[in-house]
Design a protein around this ligand. Structure first.
Ligand code: CA
Length: 233
């Protein structure tokens, strides 16, 4: 079954071009030109990935993303008309998975869609089922449900931000392997962005705090000084 991409873009000709390119690459794609209508569609039938323009009638892209992130970790690529706005958007920590600036080549956008989908579905690819990876830790298991975008410890849902989820997913699917900050940074952001590796540390700090609360018996993610982090199976 092909993955479905929702294009939220009020410039009808641009939207159509993107939909055509996505379809040519085997995706199911449809476009919506109004923010409120997009919000409805996201509640009714969430796609596999959302391409979201920032400037929209009805409801702007940032508000849509904020609303969406209250309940969903679905992959989002934010589209902005101003390259200088990207830094500000990253700073807002809205939880977008990538950023694209207009004018763009549709081919490049499709490539980004592919990359984001691949990156956000590592857990599914690594396991045979959606319930990808787990490890026994003092009776409690750390589980990643890649399809449901959820992490659980001992059966209880862990309340994570999208970035924390990605970090945990990356580590849990490579148990016992030390991952460098650079590798983890690639998990969080597209490689063409100039983001400091310290971004990894701040998300990791919050993730480890949440894990320590859910799993006080042991340190599930260990920091390896000067190198990175490892999930202890
Ligand atoms: Ca627009």
């Amino acid at each position: 079954m092909s993955q479905r991409i929702l294009v939220v873009e009020d410039e009808a000709d641009l939207a159509q071009i993107l939909v055509d390119y996505l379809k040519r690459d085997g995706y199911a794609a449809n476009a919506i030109g109004d923010g409120l209508a997009a919000m409805d569609e996201l509640r009714r039938a969430p796609p596999d990935l959302l391409l979201l323009d920032v400037m929209l009638p009805g409801m702007d892209g940032l508000t849509i993303l904020r609303e969406l992130r209250k309940t969903s970790l679905l992959p989002v690529i934010l589209v902005t008309a101003r390259v200088e706005e990207i830094d500000r958007l990253i700073g807002l920590e809205l939880g977008a998975d990538d950023y694209v600036c207009k004018p763009y080549s549709p081919r490049e956008v499709v490539a980004r869609v592919k990359t984001v989908l691949r990156r956000t579905q590592t857990g599914t690819a690594a396991g045979t089922a959606a319930e990808a990876t787990a490890s026994a830790t003092g009776g409690k298991r750390v589980e990643i449900d890649a399809d449901g975008w959820q992490a659980r410890v001992g059966g209880s849902r862990l309340d994570l931000t999208p970035k924390e989820f990605r970090l945990l997913q990356a580590l849990v699917t490579h148990p016992g392997r030390v991952m460098s900050r650079g590798q983890l940074l690639d998990v969080l952001y597209a490689d063409n962005l100039d983001v400091s590796e310290r971004a990894v540390d701040s998300h990791m700090k919050n993730l480890r705090k949440k894990l320590a609360q859910a799993l006080p018996e042991r340190e599930a993610i260990r920091s390896i000084y000067g190198i990175g982090f490892v999930f202890e199976p």
